[in-house]
Write a protein that binds this ligand. Structure first.
Ligand code: EPU
Length: 334
């Protein structure tokens, strides 16, 4: 059942050539339950879009590739759709658009699979999955039981959930159920870049397909395609700093972009901070800072996970020295 010494290069979007000592692809929940009943120490790999592999993996690697989309209920303008963990995220978003189901269009073209989307509450252009989340089922590794989680149980935050914190490593997400609209869709076009894109395309009353098209165009103009150049999207989270600290920085640089979270807290774009440190497009060997979006680190070809990590630490130090802000990594370092 297990393959030996399998290269994971094509299974992580950074394209890092780490090896799994033992590897098994799982396509059904039954198979997964069987493995979990015998082996508790496992590395669960799904879309591989939010990990940086800095070493080979000695514990068995399970590649979760379960498929299936099911409509559970449809009434009063909403639909409940249950999706298996191994479904590709963007293909699922396209399926929603084909069926005229609204809610996830702002999240078009995000790499990765459905099962990992709640882990870090994926978000983009004014929407997070928590906004359309109904529930999920997850397998508890210690007991082999399947548990249902509501949005409250998941404790979603900015790129956060209970699965990255209190329950880290304890559950495997099997499927996610989304609550989507079937008519009178709520359109989220407030994000500046979306507004600009719609205006440029002369779309005045956008539907969900227009939003998706706009998001795809914006992402393609800024974010590198993992099929062309290895990356994991935003490598760092946007930091939240006290208003007093922000005011000091704003005096130095009145054009600094920001987002007010509360009376006392300000979120600032990490990409801007990194760019201001002169690191946009910086390259050390094959590890690089993307030249169009400084929040994204890239593997130009043969970088090792350790090379990317060293660059990430250099970026953190530069931002800390220049702005006294600690950048937190968003990507899971393995
Ligand atoms: N900016 C720069 N230089 C850069 C990058 C950004 O000055 O190199 C400035 C932009 O001009 C803009 C601001 O920073 O004023 C924000 O930039 P952008 O709209 O590109 O968004 P972001 O804050 O850098 C976040 C998410 C992205 C998400 C976009 C759109 C995080 C960590 N990242 O990026 O998510 O697509 O907003 O909502 O919150 C991801 O998580 O992998 C990801 C790509």
């Amino acid at each position: 059942m297990f393959q030996k010494n399998k290269s994971l290069r094509s299974l992580n979007t950074f394209g890092i050539a780490a090896t799994a000592r033992q590897f098994s692809e799982v396509t059904s929940c039954m198979e997964l339950k069987e493995i979990v009943s015998q082996q508790k120490k496992l590395f669960i790999l799904s879309g591989g879009s939010n990990i940086l592999l800095t070493q080979d993996i000695d514990i068995p690697v399970i590649y979760l590739n379960t498929k299936g989309i099911e409509i559970l209920d449809k009434n009063n303008g909403t639909v409940l759709v249950k999706v298996e963990a191994g479904e590709n995220w963007h293909e699922f978003v396209c399926w929603c658009l084909e069926n005229n189901f609204g809610g996830l269009e702002n999240l078009s073209l995000i790499p990765g699979n459905v099962g990992t989307s709640p882990m870090q509450n994926i978000g983009a252009y004014g929407v997070e999955i928590k906004d359309c989340f109904e529930s999920l089922e997850a397998l508890e590794i210690s007991s082999g039981d399947i548990r249902t989680f509501t949005a409250e149980d998941c404790a979603f935050g900015y790129r956060e959930s209970v699965f990255k914190n209190k329950l880290k490593g304890q559950f495997i997400i099997l499927n996610v159920t989304f609550k989507l609209s079937t008519k009178d869709h709520k359109i989220n076009a407030d994000y500046g870049a979306i507004r600009d894109e719609l205006r440029a395309n002369k779309v005045s009353e956008p539907g969900i397909n227009d939003i998706s098209k706009a998001v795809i165009a914006i992402r393609q103009s800024k974010l590198p395609d993992p099929n062309e150049i290895g990356n994991s999207g935003s490598f760092f989270k946007n930091p939240v700093i006290p208003l007093t600290h922000f005011q000091k920085l704003q005096k130095r640089d009145p054009k600094m972009p920001y987002y007010r979270l509360s009376d006392k807290l300000i979120k600032v774009p990490a990409g801007w901070l990194v760019e201001k440190c002169g690191l946009k497009g910086k390259r050390i060997g094959d590890a690089g800072v993307h030249d169009k979006q400084a929040l994204v680190l890239v593997n130009h070809n043969n970088a090792k996970g350790k090379d990317i990590l060293a660059l990430a630490k250099m970026v953190q130090k530069a931002v800390s020295d220049e702005f006294e802000i600690d950048l937190e990594m968003e990507v899971n370092i393995i």
